[in-house]
Write a protein that binds this ligand. Sequence first.
Ligand code: NAG
Ligand code: NAG
Ligand code: NAG
Ligand code: NAG
Length: 380
Amino acid sequence: MDQTTMMLFTIGFVLLSTGVRSQRPEIVNEILPEVKPVGGIGRLNCTVVNLSLRMQVVWNFPSRHMVISENKDIQVLNKKIDGRWKYEVIRTENLLRTTFKLVISHLTEEDSGTYNCYVKMETVDYEYWPIKKGQLTVQVPPTIRPGSTSTVVEVEKGEDVNLTCSATGIPSPNITWTRADGGTLPTGGALSRGHILHLPNINENDRGIYRCVADNNVAPPAEHKAQVLVFFKPSARPVETSVGQAENKLFDATVACIVSGHPKPDLQWSMKTNQGIQTINDDEKHLIHKKISEMLKDGEWWYSLTILNVQANDYTDYICTASNIYGQSQAEIELFSTIECQGALCPSLGTLNMATCTRPLTWTMLLTVIGLLRLIMLWR
Ligand SMILES: *[C@@H]1O[C@H](CO)[C@@H](O)[C@H](O)[C@H]1NC(C)=O
Ligand SMILES: *[C@@H]1O[C@H](CO)[C@@H](O)[C@H](O)[C@H]1NC(C)=O
Ligand SMILES: *[C@@H]1O[C@H](CO)[C@@H](O)[C@H](O)[C@H]1NC(C)=O
Ligand SMILES: *[C@@H]1O[C@H](CO)[C@@H](O)[C@H](O)[C@H]1NC(C)=O
């Protein structure tokens, strides 16, 4: 080998090695955002070209101050659950490209955020290291935040109220308000969007249950109910304005009224007599009941008064009076005399009082026919 050839080789070698040294690695392709549900597996690809031996590809998670991996080595506490590591880096090579795939399993809400992939180069200032960001979104179904959500709200008529419904979830849930009974909202329409439901100038018809639903398309949606109680003067109405019953046969009669009001009204039954209005107590002659009924709206109560063994002097007007600190309201029900027993509790077929009951004719006819048939049988 002569000197010229030696020099050419040397120059060539120097050129080649400086060339190699000046080759800059680069992260090619964007790191595609990953969206996965809680408990799932997230994968982020970092693909590097012109990688040399003295460089490390690093994944970190700045929001939790974590350097997760260097090349294939996991740098954080790593646990294997159900046969899967929490963190894993899978390295694959394809021509000049090397991919470091970060695999995060058993996803929780805390895994959501931005991950960085960078190429650590010992001889280069870190500011010049190639870096790219990858977004991992862990979907979390909505949950209502109880502390900042209205549950029971008491208001005076004419006041303004804001019902709030606060929910967490990823992505951030959309919140809608409706009335639990399907009715129209005081602001019009059946549905209101947004976490605040504004109820201006409240009146007693606005009382009731309001429902908020938080939904972010990650099942299941969360639901919450808020009750609005409006202070108002009671109102009383009869269930039936008049009730009939036959006298002197141990039959009972029941009169009833439905009352509303807030605070919950006190109820007093009374009756008109020749001596004026007389209050009625629960005694051997009168039974007073509060009843549950599906007919009732929120903040309504059903009260009944049963007059036992109706006698001539029981035929009069009965009055229910509902009162609270805002005032009172009355409803009147008339008890009138009938010839036959009225109501579901009338004595049934075969008892002495059968003839006085509401539909004696058909039964009598039926019995007659049966009797005749028996007679015919006997004759044979
Ligand atoms: C990551 O890269 C591998 C090949 O290296 C490919 O099969 C896979 O689809 C990529 N995944 C994502 C989420 O980009
Ligand atoms: C990688 O290095 C080669 C030379 O070896 C160069 O031609 C190419 O431009 C480099 N690629 C990138 C993306 O820098
Ligand atoms: C209710 O919210 C509205 C805005 O949505 C605000 O203007 C109003 O002051 C709030 N009212 C109350 C009673 O907080
Ligand atoms: C919230 O509602 C808007 C409009 O209906 C919709 O485009 C968006 O996807 C919803 N967001 C979620 C998280 O469901």
